[in-house]
Design a binder for this molecule. Structure first.
Ligand SMILES: [Zn+2]
Length: 378
C-alpha cells in the first residue's frame, strides 16, 4: 500500500502504518483542546492509552487472519494500520472454502477473545463495584449516570472500554459485506455449495445492498462518516468481485488460447527511428528483439521507448532494450503469464515449443482478453 511505512516486524510479518494515522493524533489533540477546561492530564493519558489499546486489538485481529493463513501455508505480505482499521495482505486466497472460512473468522474471534479475557477482570471486582458498573452502563449518556461514575476508576473504565470496543469491532466485522470478514465468511459458506465466482457474486450483491441502505440512512441523518464508509464498502465489494472473476479466467484459460503467432521482429542493431516508427505504425506496442542469428536477446516496449526523445546519445535498440527473456509454453495457464507480464513487468514474452519460437504474448493482448472475459461473466 502506498504511503505506509514499516514500524515493526512481528512473527516475521512487516507491520506498517499509514501516514493518515496522524489524523488520530490530531483528533486526540482537538478533543483535549476543546475540553481543556475540564480535561486533565490524567484523562488525556487514559485517552491515549485507549487509542493505543484499540489499535493493538486491531493489530491482534489482523494477526488472527495472518497466522491462521500461515497455518494453511499462505504467507502475508504485510499488515497495514489505517485510521479506519487494519488490512492483512495475504499472498493469495485459501483454495478450500473451509480454510477461507477459518481465516476470515479468526479475526473477529480474536476480538471476542480479548472481550472475554477483559470480562475476567470485571468478574474479580467486588459485588458493589459490579453493580455500580452495571448502573453506569444502563444510564450511559444520561446525566443520572454521573452519580455512579465517581465510584468507577480509570482502570475499570479501561477494561469496560476494552470489552465494548472489541465486541463492537467483532460485530462490525461480522456484517456480511465485503470488505468485512463477514462477507468472506458468507462467501466461504456459499463456496461450499457452488463455484467461488457465483458465491462471490451473491456475497458482493448483498454487500452492496447493505452499503446502499447504510448510505441512504447516513445521508438522511447527515452522518458523513457513515456515508463515506458505505461508499468504501460498495467500491471494495465491486473490486473484490472483479478480482475473483479475474482469478477464475486466469485459472481456466491457457496461453494457447490467446498468443499471437504473427509478430514484428526487431533487431538489436536496428536504429531507434526504425523502432519508433514500427511502434507507431503497427498495432503492436511490445516487440521481441533478436540478434543477427535470430536468437532472442530481449524485449522493447513503450517503457523503453518513452524517454528516448531526450536521450539522443542512444543509437541502437540493443542499448535500451530490456535484456533477457522468460519463455512461456502454450499449455501454461494464463496465471503464469499474468504473473510474468504483470507482476514481473515483462511487456512481452516468447511462446516456445521445444525451444522453437511459435509466437508471442504481450500484456495488452492479455489485459484485453481478461477485460472481455470478465465482462462476459456479468
Ligand atoms: Zn478482519
Amino acid at each position: 500500500m502506498k504511503g505506509a511505512f514499516q514500524i515493526a516486524r512481528i512473527f516475521d510479518i512487516p507491520v506498517k502504518i499509514h501516514w493518515s494515522f496522524i489524523l488520530i493524533f490530531v483528533w486526540i489533540g482537538s478533543i483535549a483542546y476543546q475540553n481543556s477546561d475540564r480535561f486533565n492530564t490524567d484523562q488525556f493519558i487514559w485517552l491515549s492509552i485507549g487509542v493505543f489499546a484499540l489499535f493493538t486489538c486491531v493489530l491482534m485481529h489482523e494477526f488472527g487472519h495472518a497466522l491462521t493463513a500461515r497455518h494453511f501455508g499462505i504467507g502475508t505480505r504485510d499488515i497495514v494500520l489505517l485510521p479506519i482499521g487494519g488490512v492483512a495482505m495475504l499472498n493469495k486466497l485459501p483454495n478450500k472454502p473451509f480454510q477461507e472460512f477459518l481465516v476470515a473468522l479468526a479475526g473477529p474471534l480474536v476480538n471476542l477473545g480479548i472481550s472475554m479475557v477483559s470480562m475476567i477482570y470485571i468478574l474479580f471486582l467486588s459485588d458493589e463495584k459490579q453493580s455500580d458498573i452495571y448502573q453506569w452502563m444502563v444510564h450511559l449518556g444520561n446525566p443520572d449516570g454521573n452519580f455512579y461514575i465517581e465510584h468507577i476508576t480509570s482502570i475499570d473504565q479501561f477494561f469496560i472500554g476494552l470489552i465494548l470496543l472489541n465486541l463492537g469491532v467483532a460485530i462490525f466485522n461480522l456484517l456480511p459485506a465485503f470488505p468485512m470478514d463477514g462477507g468472506r465468511i458468507f462467501r466461504a459458506l456459499l463456496s461450499m455449495r457452488m463455484k467461488r465466482v457465483s458465491a462471490t457474486r451473491i456475497a458482493t450483491y448483498l454487500g452492496q445492498l447493505l452499503a446502499l441502505i447504510l448510505f441512504i440512512f447516513s445521508i438522511i441523518q447527515f452522518n458523513f462518516l457513515a456515508a463515506f464508509v458505505s461508499v468504501f464498502v460498495f467500491v471494495t465489494a465491486m473490486n473484490e468481485y472483479r478480482a475473483i472473476k479475474q482469478e477464475y479466467v486466469l485459472d481456466h484459460f491457457s496461453v494457447q488460447q490467446i498468443f499471437r503467432p504473427e509478430y514484428t521482429e526487431i533487431y538489436e542493431t536496428d536504429g531507434l527511428d526504425f523502432a519508433l516508427s514500427k511502434s507507431e505504425e503497427s498495432k503492436e506496442k511490445q516487440f521481441l528483439v533478436f540478434d543477427q542469428w535470430h536468437n532472442i536477446k530481449g524485449s522493447l516496449g513503450p517503457e523503453e521507448l518513452k524517454p528516448l526523445k531526450k536521450k539522443s546519445l542512444v543509437t541502437s535498440v540493443g542499448q535500451i532494450m530490456q535484456k533477457g527473456y522468460e519463455a512461456l509454453l502454450p499449455e501454461d495457464p494464463l496465471k503464469e503469464a499474468f504473473y510474468q507480464l504483470y507482476t514481473n513487468k515483462r511487456g512481452i514474452m516468447p511462446v516456445m515449443v521445444k525451444g522453437k519460437l511459435v509466437g508471442v504474448l504481450d500484456e495488452e493482448t492479455l489485459f484485453q482478453f481478461l477485460d472481455y472475459q470478465i465482462r462476459k461473466m456479468r
